[in-house]
Write a protein of this length. Structure first.
Length: 221
């Protein structure tokens, strides 16, 4: 299990933000290192705070990761590669979903505040229609764009994570057309430049070779 992000209220919103960012970022990096064979047995002991005098929320996030129960995706803690890979993917999905939820909640908070502010401009000195045109429309446009980018990024990262999982199954000896699956998913990405760049990456000779590998600490159990 991983710690759920803190919700926070208006008084400790900043602390909750810092906690969630560092918790998810630190755990996400550990998962990336685990899949690529770079995670050390003592990785938890090596965790450090980002600066000399960190926020208490950052210290708490790092300490919570240190105290998490040992997971099958960590070096030497799974009876076989399949359970390690499955645990890695399941935890990765939680991190992705939590990061997406955390980011969108911040944007949706602005959407709600913008709507609530309308009640404060209902007076004759500034017609509501004028306020909508000069102020609210710009905020709405920015929020809509941000929410769209956050959604697109989540879908893209979720697809890449799934491809890393399927390619891992292939590395373990199972037959999966993960390249075909990923190509089909890339076609649905709405960010054209990002999709084009990833197609180019997929066309390289090393792409499949690099992906279809499992860490030695998952296979030498």
């Amino acid at each position: 299990m991983i710690s759920p992000p803190l919700d926070g209220d208006n008084r400790n919103w900043y602390g909750a933000q810092m906690h969630n960012i560092w918790f998810l970022q630190t755990l996400g990096k550990a998962l990336t290192d685990a899949r690529e064979g770079r995670l050390t047995v003592d990785w938890r002991d090596r965790l450090t705070t980002p600066y000399d005098n960190p926020e208490p929320a950052v210290v708490l996030a790092v300490e919570e990761i240190r105290e998490m129960p040992l997971a099958a995706w960590e070096p030497g803690h799974a009876p076989d590669w399949r359970r390690a890979l499955d645990a890695w993917y399941a935890t990765g999905r939680v991190v992705l979903a939590s990061r997406y939820s955390h980011r969108t909640q911040s944007t949706l908070k602005l959407v709600e505040m913008t709507a609530r502010n309308l009640t404060h401009v209902l007076h004759p000195t500034q017609p509501l229609e004028e306020y909508l045109r000069t102020t609210v429309d710009k905020i709405d446009e920015s929020s809509d764009s941000t929410l769209g980018k956050q959604y697109d990024g989540y879908v893209r990262d979720r697809d890449i994570l799934r491809a890393d999982y399927l390619s891992g199954l292939c590395a373990g000896g199972q037959d999966h057309d993960w390249i075909g699956w990923l190509r089909a998913r890339v076609e649905t990405w709405r960010e054209k430049q990002v999709a084009d760049a990833y197609r180019l990456r997929m066309s390289t000779s090393s792409f499949r070779t690099v992906k279809e590998r499992l860490p030695e600490y998952w296979t030498n159990t």
